[in-house]
Design a protein around this ligand. Structure first.
Ligand SMILES: Cc1cc2nc3c(=O)[nH]c(=O)nc-3n(C[C@H](O)[C@H](O)[C@H](O)COP(=O)(O)OP(=O)(O)OC[C@H]3O[C@@H](n4cnc5c(N)ncnc54)[C@H](O)[C@@H]3O)c2cc1C
Length: 362
C-alpha cells in the first residue's frame, strides 16, 4: 500500500496517477474539506494542459496581458497563450475526484503524526490510529510533518506571502506585477478574478510584510475595508540540498520545496514531480535521478531570483525599458515562463544589452 499525506494538487495528482495505473493508494488529509483554507493566487501557465484537462469546473479567469511595473517604467505584454487562474478549492477537489474515481481511498479529517517501522500514527476525531504502509509520501506542504518525523526538514527558508481577495475595479484580462524597492526581495501582484474582484498581494522574506502591503494598497487607492478575505501563507524557497527521499519515505511538492523562485509558483512543478514519483514507484526507478530536468529548471529560477534580489529601482527601470522593445517583447510573449533557459538564450540573441543583467547569473 502507498500512503500519501496531504490532498493538495501534488498529493491528489500523484494519487490519481497511481490509482489510474492500478496501484493501491490511500490519501490522508487533515482538513474535512479539500482545498480549504485557500492560501494561493492560483495563477498557472498554459503548461497545466500537459497534466490535466483545462476545465471551467475550476477556472475563474483567463489572463491575456501582463502589466510589468517598476518605479518609473511600465510595459504591457500580450501573451500568445493565455494564463489560467484557478479557484484552489475547486481545483484541488477536481483532481481529488479524478483520483477517487480511479480507485484512490480518501481519508478526510485525518492528521498524520508520525511514522516508524512501517506503521503510521494518524489522528482522527481525537483518537490516534496505527496504520501500516509500505511506502509513505509526504505531500503535506512546506512545514511537512512527514519530513519532520523523518529528520528530513533541513534548513528550510520561506517567503511570507500576504494576499487578500478584494473588491477591485480593473481590466479583467490583465494582471499587474510590481517591482522595486517598495517590494524588497520579491514583487507585488494584482490578479483579477473578474471586473470587480482581484487577488492582491506581495511576498517578503520575513514576517513583517504588512506595512509593505498596506502601502501597496494605499498607492493603488485601495482601502482595507475592500478586503473580502485574507489568503496569506508561507512559500518555500527552493533549495537543491534538501533531501527528497529516505528509504521508503518520499517528499513531494511544497514538502520537497519544488517551487519556482522567480514567481513562487509551486503547482506545476509539484505536478511535474508527481509524474516522476509515480514512475519511480511503479517501475523501481530512482526518484532523485528522475527529478534531474525539473531540478535544473528550479536551480535556474533560483539563480535568476538571486540576481533580481540585488536589483535597485534603477536596474528595474532599465530592464523594463529593454523589455518594452518590440523584438524582446515578442519573445517574452511567446516563450513559457516554465523554461527560463530557452527564454534567456533567445532574449540575449535579440537584445545583447540584456547581457548586462544576464552576466550576473554566472
Ligand atoms: C499567497 C500565495 C500565493 C501563491 N500563488 C501561487 C500561484 O499563483 N501559482 C502557483 O503555482 N503557486 C502559488 N503559490 C504556491 C502554491 O500554493 C503551492 O506551491 C502549492 O499549494 C503546493 O501544493 P502541494 O500539494 O505541494 O501542497 P499544499 O497545497 O500545501 O497541500 C498540502 C496539503 O497537506 C495537508 N496537510 C498538511 N499537514 C498535514 C498532516 N499532518 N496530515 C494530513 N494532511 C496534512 C494540508 O491541509 C494541505 O491540504 C502561492 C502560495 C501562496 C502562499
Amino acid at each position: 500500500m502507498i500512503s500519501i499525506i496531504g490532498a493538495g494538487p501534488a498529493g491528489n495528482y500523484l494519487a490519481y496517477l497511481l490509482a489510474k495505473a492500478g496501484n493501491p493508494v490511500q490519501i490522508f488529509e487533515e482538513h474535512e474539506q479539500i482545498g480549504a483554507p485557500i492560501q494561493c493566487t492560483g495563477l498557472l501557465t498554459p503548461m497545466l494542459a500537459d497534466f490535466l484537462e483545462v476545465s471551467d469546473e475550476y477556472l475563474v479567469n483567463r489572463l491575456k496581458r501582463i502589466k510589468v511595473c517598476a518605479k518609473q517604467q511600465s510595459t504591457i505584454i500580450t501573451l500568445q497563450n493565455e494564463e489560467l487562474m484557478v479557484q484552489r478549492q475547486w481545483f484541488d477537489s477536481h483532481i481529488a475526484k479524478k483520483a477517487e474515481d480511479a480507485g484512490a481511498q480518501y481519508y478526510r479529517g485525518h492528521k498524520f503524526l508520525d511514522y516508524a517501522d512501517g506503521m503510521m500514527s494518524v489522528q482522527h476525531d481525537g483518537k490516534v490510529q496505527r496504520i501500516p504502509t509500505d511506502v509513505l509520501v509526504g505531500a503535506d506542504g512546506p512545514l511537512s510533518q512527514v519530513a519532520r518525523s523523518q529528520g528530513m526538514l533541513g534548513q528550510r527558508k520561506f517567503y511570507f506571502g500576504i494576499q487578500a481577495r478584494m473588491k477591485y475595479h480593473g481590466e479583467p484580462d490583465m494582471y499587474e506585477v510590481h517591482f522595486g524597492d517598495d517590494f524588497p526581495e520579491f514583487f507585488g501582484w494584482i490578479t483579477p478574478e473578474s471586473r470587480e474582484v482581484a487577488r492582491i498581494g506581495l511576498a517578503v522574506k520575513h514576517n513583517r510584510g504588512m506595512p509593505y502591503f498596506e502601502r501597496f494598497l494605499q498607492r493603488k487607492g485601495l482601502s482595507k475595508a475592500d478586503i473580502i478575505e485574507y489568503q496569506s501563507g508561507i512559500i518555500p524557497i527552493y533549495d537543491p540540498r534538501l533531501p527528497v527521499q529516505k528509504g521508503n519515505v518520499y517528499l513531494l511538492g511544497d514538502a520537497a520545496f519544488q517551487v519556482k523562485a522567480t514567481t513562487l509558483g509551486g503547482i506545476i512543478p509539484g505536478m511535474a514531480a508527481a509524474e516522476v514519483l509515480a514512475d519511480a514507484l511503479r517501475n523501481g526507478k530512482d526518484y532523485q535521478k528522475g527529478l534531474g530536468t525539473l531540478n535544473r529548471q528550479l536551480r535556474l529560477h533560483l539563480r535568476i531570483r538571486r540576481v533580481l534580489d540585488r536589483f535597485s529601482d534603477k536596474d528595474y527601470d532599465a530592464l523594463i525599458a529593454l523589455v518594452g522593445k518590440p523584438r524582446v517583447k515578442r519573445i517574452i510573449e511567446s516563450e513559457s515562463r516554465e523554461f527560463p533557459l530557452m527564454m534567456l538564450v533567445k532574449l540575449l540573441a535579440a537584445e545583447p544589452r540584456l547581457l548586462r543583467f544576464a552576466r550576473k547569473l554566472v
